[in-house]
Write a protein that binds this ligand. Structure first.
Ligand code: ATP
Ligand code: MG
Length: 311
């Protein structure tokens, strides 16, 4: 029995060491750092003491071995991560600009994790309390179909579904993607959008209308991630807003995944939403204070200490 399960990319990330270093120019990169939204999510879930498994695939290479070892060391069940002899572990290159924007080059759809097989979900979904879908993992029709199958199994077993849309407008213009994502919303219990992602997805300008539309589709909790401004939480009965913790932002990548995993994991452990939001806010703030997307995940003790020292 595994409490929390997700699927999708696990990757080796390389970061340009200089601000404003374009990805097309020669320069220095730091890495490989473990990354990939689903991998960060599941690492954070495991650190909070739930049984947590990632369904993914890596190549038979040093990146793949490093990633599996790291997840294992953090307590993740890695038995559903396949090692594929003829594939290469996914990777990503990122650079930051002084206006806060980022550029990425991803080797994901052409990496080992694009070859996840349905059979890998085998026993791991048995008794699953929460299945998380990271929008970044829905990069092909095959991956969307895997999500659909897994969601069906988890729902049938009484589990809940969380969804971090991570959508970009360009992605929604691809044939079938908007329909697939809207369909996914109607299976979602906890929705974790950031910025205007929900507005874009349900095609509503105002936040209140977008939220109402999501509830109409069947969502029961919405946590809007608002970067340094914290978060807003909606359930059927109202709205709650929390300011962000004051920290120095060193590396924003991965904050959303640490935040989402903390909220969903603590909710699935039975914590009230009001308390889970404080922990999630602390997890996001801790994540941005550290370099490397997965370096910012935290244990319950670390979050307690963070909250105590920032209140
Ligand atoms: P990602 O870059 O991983 O996709 P996201 O856009 O999904 O992130 P954000 O809103 O950037 O999500 O961050 C998630 C949460 O992390 C925020 O809701 C907030 O709680 C916390 N957080 C992010 N940035 C900061 C910051 N600069 N200071 C304090 N807390 C932050
Ligand atoms: Mg962000």
């Amino acid at each position: 029995m595994t409490d929390i399960v997700t699927f999708g990319e696990v990757l080796a990330e390389f970061m340009a060491t200089r601000i404003n270093q374009r990805l097309g120019e020669a320069g220095q990169f730091a890495g490989p750092y473990p990354g990939g939204a689903p991998a960060i999510f599941i690492d954070q879930a495991a650190k909070l003491g739930s049984t947590a498994a990632l369904v993914s695939a890596v190549g038979d290479d040093d990146f793949g071995r490093m990633l599996v070892e790291r997840l294992k060391a953090d307590g993740v069940d890695t038995s559903s991560i396949a090692t594929l002899a003829d594939e290469t572990t996914a990777s990503a290159f990122v650079t930051y600009y002084d206006d806060g924007s980022r550029d990425f080059i991803f080797n994901i759809a052409n990496g080992a994790c694009a070859r996840i097989a349905e059979a890998q979900f085998g026993p791991v979904l048995e008794g699953c309390k929460l299945f998380h879908v990271a929008g970044t993992a829905l990069f092909s029709e095959h991956m969307i179909e895997l999500a659909r199958v897994a969601i069906g199994r988890v729902k049938a077993g009484g589990g809940r579904i969380s969804f971090d849309p991570n959508v970009r407008k360009e992605m929604l213009d691809r044939p079938g993607v908007r329909e697939a994502l809207t369909g996914l919303l109607s299976s979602t219990d906890i929705l974790l959008p950031s910025d205007d992602e929900l507005n874009v997805l349900v095609e509503r300008e105002a936040e209140s209308e977008a939220v109402a539309r999501a509830f109409e589709l069947g969502v029961s909790e919405i946590v809007l991630k608002r970067g340094g401004d914290g978060c807003r939480y909606y359930d059927g009965s109202g709205m709650r807003e929390l300011p962000g913790f004051e920290v120095e932002e060193v590396d924003p990548t991965g904050a959303g995944d640490s935040f989402g995993a903390t909220f969903c994991t603590l909710r699935s452990q039975g914590m009230a939403a009001a308390d889970a939001l404080v922990y999630a806010n602390a997890a996001g703030a801790s994540a941005v204070s550290r370099q490397g997307a997965m370096e910012g995940t935290s244990t319950r003790e670390q979050l307690d200490a963070f909250i105590a020292s920032h209140s």
